[in-house]
Design a protein around this ligand. Structure first.
Ligand code: NZQ
Ligand code: ZN
Length: 385
């Protein structure tokens, strides 16, 4: 196991009806800006519930944060905060609203061009406004981590940053809030959480058995509950498991002391930035091809994955690995997320723009061995056609 430091200060308040706890969780004297997405928070009544729970506090609203949140939109929230003087932020929504709020929190007191927050990967961040979240979509883990992914429309760049100051102070996870999600977002959430675990688990053996068993447990849970979450949308226990599994998939715990990959995410971000695919769709396309491309380096862990997660015990390590990759693809398809570029009407002509963009964004040495060059990324995209 590698050396590591683990820090995660986010308080999780989990369960039906927990939005009322906002009154306890946010300081009484705070002036709160509530940030949300399109219309879902209003239509589902969640926004009303939140406003009611905040009681007599001074509040303001900032709506319109889009899926794959845009820098161009978020800087308007930064302006609003500077003009109206808020000292606490509250994100009400999915990963996009939470990521957007993290950026806004870090940008308010940032000296200089706030896009540098992204180009520096967060290294230039020094402080952020305090904030909490009310999660409405289980998927990204953003509710309990320090990461944020922002898209700049003008340059079609999708970039991430991380900083300790953007851990949410608290996140309220009420599984009932997921009942209104369209099936596509449940599908996306299951696939995203699954791939988060894979990016931290599917590298090479690192003498970290407890991280492995945690990761395998999360994967097995997703394989079990994912289809059920689609089939029985109002089953509280299934939604509760999904919500907590997605949070645990990317709150840092399973990734400590082990090598991590993240190349599938980086190749996927380009697909969203250039062609507008949902984040999870991009992952379902890239992961199977990436695993096949890196099979020689990942074979030992793939064979372990085949045995522990899929119960595949027959054959050589290579045969088990290949079968597990195929089962993974079938699982994504069973979750109604297509796994080929051609399923999204994308063909050969998208490959070079994707490679150019990866290169422009400095994504030229990816993976746990830093050996996924643009040439190898090209092979992965081509294999995904
Ligand atoms: O905009 P509204 O009207 O609110 O609708 C949203 C949105 O269209 C809707 N929705 C959310 N909660 C709902 C609901 N509809 C009905 N009922 C509800 N309860 O769902 C749509 C998608 O929401 P979004 O927040 O975009 O989805 P998700 O949570 O999957 O977030 C995706 C974003 O997170 C980033 C992705 O790149 C993408 O930009 N990621 C963030 C990570 C992190 N911070 O750690 C890690 C991930 O790998 C990921 O990259
Ligand atoms: Zn993701």
């Amino acid at each position: 196991m590698n050396n590591f430091e683990f820090y995660n200060p986010t308080r999780i308040v989990f369960g039906e009806g927990k939005i009322v706890e906002l009154n306890r969780l946010i300081p009484k004297e705070a002036k709160v800006l509530i940030l949300f997405g399109g219309e879902s928070a209003r239509k589902t009544g969640t926004l009303d519930e939140v406003e009611k729970a905040l009681g007599h506090r001074q509040i303001g609203l900032f709506g319109g944060i889009e899926a794959n949140p845009r820098y161009e939109t978020l800087i308007k929230a930064v302006e609003q905060i500077k003009q109206e003087g808020y000292d606490y932020l509250l994100a009400v929504g999915g990963g996009s609203v939470i990521d957007g709020t993290k950026f806004v929190a870090a940008a308010v007191n940032f000296e200089g061009d706030s896009w540098d927050i992204l180009t520096s990967g967060g290294a230039k961040v020094t402080s952020a406004l305090p904030f909490g979240t009310v999660l409405t979509l289980p998927a990204t883990g953003s509710e309990m981590n320090k990461g944020s992914v922002i898209t700049r429309e003008s340059t079609q760049s999708k970039r991430a940053f991380m900083h300790d100051s953007v851990y949410p102070q608290f996140s309220i996870l009420d599984p009932v809030k997921t009942f209104t999600l369209p099936p596509r977002q449940i599908s996306n959430g299951v696939v995203d959480a699954f791939v988060h675990v894979m990016e931290q688990y599917l590298t090479y053996p690192a003498n970290a058995p407890v991280q492995d068993v945690f990761a395998e447990g999360l994967l097995k849970t997703l394989i079990d509950i994912g289809p059920k979450a689609l089939a029985t949308p109002h089953d509280y226990d299934i939604r509760a498991s999904l919500m907590w599994t997605a949070t645990l998939a990317l709150n840092g715990l399973i990734g400590v002391g082990v090598p991590q990959d993240w190349s599938t995410h980086m190749l996927g971000h380009e697909l969203t930035a250039l062609y507008g695919l949902d984040h999870a769709q991009t992952l379902a396309i890239v992961l199977p091809s990436m695993l096949i491309e890196k099979l020689p380096q990942k074979q030992a862990k793939l064979a372990q994955y085949a045995e522990q997660v899929w119960g595949v015990h027959d054959g050589s390590d290579k045969q088990k690995a290949l079968q597990a990759i195929e089962l993974t693809r079938e699982f994504f398809e069973r979750m109604q997320v297509k796994t080929r570029l051609s399923d999204y009407n994308l063909g050969q002509d998208v490959i070079e723009p994707l490679i150019e963009s990866l290169t422009k964004n400095g994504m030229t040495a990816l993976g746990e061995h830093h050996d996924i060059t643009p040439e190898i990324s090209r092979r992965v995209y081509v294999a995904s056609l």
